[in-house]
Design a protein around this ligand. Structure first.
Ligand code: GDP
Ligand code: IMO
Ligand code: MG
Length: 429
């Protein structure tokens, strides 16, 4: 048995795509288990940059099995756009399958996402407008259209007719917008159905068979711990479970079949959208992090909010997902900083807190307890061995590991595959 889960420990965009792609060389399958086209994972390989939204980040390795499991909010329009774009770039896309149980993102989900955000006004979540929340809402309300329904023409027509009627009621009466046309949606989605058929399998059986055969499987988390619908900064979260437990519900894999968990930790912190962010730096240093790190969203192009690494958040992620190793990314972005701040605790009303407060008012009021680290003031992108990192960088990394209570597995010093320092070999053993 050889399964490794990769999870984001902060608010997303930690570099999960890079780490999954790096580890995928040793894996035989890569599985996406939650989220959907709201994700934007970037992989740099062979001098090219690839953007992935629904595709598992194993797609660049010929022979690696890429699986979109049932927990993914599956948008066929985006799927085929991505598939065609990869094909045009010369990537072999034949090795991908999609779960028959995945819920399908429909045009009314995307519409509802935008309109609901507009309606909420200053109470908006700041979603990516990909229809992810509304798609999971329908699933949980037992009104979802699943991939297996899409492939069953009679059933699909019946379900779609009812859903268009239902959603048009919402669009016209609640939002005062025009409704969607049944025939138009039917035609578009029937087109997808025919193209999708050869990709669709029972991924529960497939993944579990692969585990039993001892294949090396990577589970690729999208979004991150602090965006988890239950444990994140609710309501400023996504609508799924990015934590490692999401693998059990999103891929149909029993908890005892998960061997190791790697938490991806960006060497500083970013957030897109609304919601509290205790270590946010709204000053000069925050701007420097944004500009040096080119912190603008992959999917939306929005400037990301920036701040210092919050080890309380990383520790919380470790607790929730059982993280064994951390993969620290983007350490090179800190190359030119005189001082680096690390949050090691929260104070509220003068008292040190244990854990992350559920109440957002409290979280917005916490005072981060910072430790200041000396910067290394040199380029580290060429370093390939941990011992060759500057002492200042090692001191910073080791303190993160100590506060978060996890081991250092990987240190990433640049976007490319080669710009990686492996500390813990044999993750799959
Ligand atoms: P994800 O959503 O967690 O996969 O992360 P994103 O792809 O949205 O954002 C991470 C960005 O950082 C991407 O552009 C990566 O190519 C890039 N990246 C990953 N690791 C490193 C690193 O160690 N250094 C630098 N400079 N860039 C990195
Ligand atoms: P990756 O996988 C960063 C954020 C959105 C918004 C909230 C809800 O690239 O790390 P949604 O569209 O999911 O309903 O939006 O979640 N969000 C992300 N932020 N990285 C992501 O994915 C994100 N996916 C969603 O900005 O605040
Ligand atoms: Mg991203």
């Amino acid at each position: 048995m050889s399964t490794v889960v990769i999870v984001g420990t902060q608010w997303g965009d930690e570099g999960k795509g890079k780490i999954v792609d790096y580890l995928a060389e040793q894996a035989q399958s890569v599985v996406r288990y939650q989220g959907g086209s709201n994700a934007g994972h970037t992989v740099s390989a062979g001098g090219k940059e690839y953007k992935l939204r629904l595709m598992p980040s194993g797609i660049l390795y010929k022979g690696t099995h890429n699986i979109i499991a049932s927990g993914v909010a599956f948008n066929p329009r985006v799927f085929f756009q991505e598939l065609d774009a990869f094909h045009a770039q010369g990537v072999d896309v034949s090795n991908i399958v999609v779960s028959d149980r995945a819920n399908v993102v429909m045009p009314y989900h995307v519409e509802a996402d935008k309109l609901s955000e507009e309606f909420r006004g200053k109470h908006k979540i700041g979603t990516t407008h990909n229809g992810i929340g509304p798609c999971y809402m329908d699933r949980d309300n037992r009104m979802g259209i699943r991939v297996c329904d899409l492939l069953d023409e009679t059933n699909f027509k019946k379900k779609l007719k009812f859903m268009i009627e239902y959603k048009n009621h919402e669009l016209t009466s609640l939002y005062k917008k025009n409704g969607l046309k049944y025939e138009q949606v039917l035609e578009e989605y029937q087109g997808y159905a025919e193209r999708l058929r050869p990709y669709v399998v029972d991924t529960v059986t497939m993944i579990n068979n692969e585990i039993d055969e001892g294949r090396r499987i990577l589970f690729e988390g999208a979004q991150a711990t602090m965006l988890d619908v239950e444990f994140g900064t609710y309501p400023y979260v996504t609508a799924s479970h990015p934590i490692s437990g999401g693998v059990t519900t999103g891929a149909g894999v029993a908890p005892k079949k998960i061997d190791k968990v790697v938490g991806v930790v960006k060497a500083y912190c970013t957030r897109v959208g609304e919601g509290p962010f205790p270590t946010e730096d709204l000053g000069e240093m925050g701007n420097k992090l944004r500009e040096t790190g080119h912190e603008y969203g992959t999917v939306t192009g929005r400037p990301r909010r920036t701040g210092w690494l919050d080890a309380c958040v990383v520790k919380y992620a470790g607790l929730l997902s059982g993280i064994d190793y951390m993969a620290v990314t983007r350490l090179d972005i800190l190359d030119d900083f005189d001082e680096i701040k690390l949050c090691v605790g929260y104070k509220h009303n003068g008292k040190l807190l244990e854990g992350i407060p559920a109440c957002l008012t409290t979280l917005a009021e916490v005072e981060p307890v910072y430790e200041i680290f000396k910067g290394w003031k040199q380029s580290i992108s060429g370093v390939r061995k941990y011992e060759d990192l500057p002492e200042e960088a090692k001191a910073y990394l080791e303190r993160i590991a100590e506060v978060a209570g996890m081991k250092i597995g990987i240190v990433s010093v640049g976007p490319d595959r080669e710009e990686t320092i492996v500390v813990a070999n044999h993750l799959f053993d």
